[in-house]
Design a protein. Structure first.
Length: 278
């Protein structure tokens, strides 16, 4: 293999997210519109004396290690020996934020290992039990995602400019799903079709945060008052919130205004549908 391989690992945005029902296997059926943005972690792979994963960057975990490392789990999942490789992952966007951090990282590692012929190429849906978002990150195209992440229909979303905000709180995906009550299910399953329809708006996880996180309400109300904003929303199970604009200058102006009132919070400007995004 080469002395070094570098792969981009993108963030995703959920343009809408509806939770249909709870499945018998404990997971949930959802439908969500996903687009990818120009915000990336960077994965560097090098030959090494042993298998090792190190995290660096602005959003690296404590001690540069995740206790529950999905890349470590990958090899148990596919029943393969761990290769003697060093994976250095520069964390450039937040985790536990609804941007797909862990799933994006492991999908990029899978692609690298397949290209090196270290592991056999599989159908992308074979990885859904490793992580429900792993198939969509292996797909890496705008899509309507259904089921538990195992039904993907490629679509094309408009060009958008995003203002991303990370609140001071984090959101565990498992805890967010566990907090969802039967009374919270309000999507008519008859509309759970392969085409986007009028019910596909909003993010159902916002119901939980509106009850439990005053900071969420403060931020979302502030964002919705922007001129030229199309909509403001939670991405994934949170905690990141975003506003959508048709023009870049509108997003830039919104970021400046937001930072004047919330100077302690991380913000980032991104866009989707770039040529050669990956």
């Amino acid at each position: 293999m080469p002395d070094k391989i570098i792969e981009k690992s993108p963030a995703k945005i959920n343009l809408f997210l509806k939770i249909i029902n709870r499945r018998d296997d404990g997971f949930h059926n959802i439908r969500t519109g996903i687009t990818f943005i120009d915000l990336f972690d960077e994965i560097t792979v090098q030959p090494h004396s042993k298998f090792q994963v190190i995290y660096t960057g602005n959003f690296a975990p404590k001690n540069n290690l995740f206790e529950d490392c999905i890349i470590d789990k990958l090899f148990t999942y596919i029943n393969e020996d761990k290769p003697k490789l060093l994976f250095t992952i520069s964390k450039n966007f937040p985790y536990e934020a609804g941007l797909g951090s862990a799933s994006s990282n492991v999908a990029s590692v899978i692609k690298i290992l397949e290209n090196l012929e270290i592991i056999k190429k599989k159908n992308i849906f074979d990885y859904v039990d490793l992580g429900s978002d792993v198939p969509i990150f292996l797909n890496q195209k705008d899509a309507l995602v259904r089921g538990r992440g195992d039904l993907i229909a490629n679509v094309h979303f408009p060009k958008y400019y995003f203002l991303l905000i990370r609140p001071s709180f984090k959101c565990s995906t498992k805890k967010m799903y566990d907090s969802f009550q039967p009374s919270d299910f309000d999507y008519n399953a008859e509309f759970d079709l392969e085409e986007i329809n009028d019910q596909d708006s909003g993010n159902d996880f916002e119901k939980i945060l509106k009850k439990n996180e005053p900071e969420f309400l403060s931020i979302i109300n502030f964002l919705e008052d922007f001129d030229d904003v199309i909509f403001s929303r939670l991405t994934g199970s949170g905690s990141c919130i975003y506003s959508v604009f048709e023009k870049k200058e509108h997003a830039i102006n919104a970021q400046k205004k937001f930072q004047q009132s919330f100077s302690n919070l991380w913000t980032h400007l991104s866009e989707n549908n770039l040529v050669n995004l990956f």
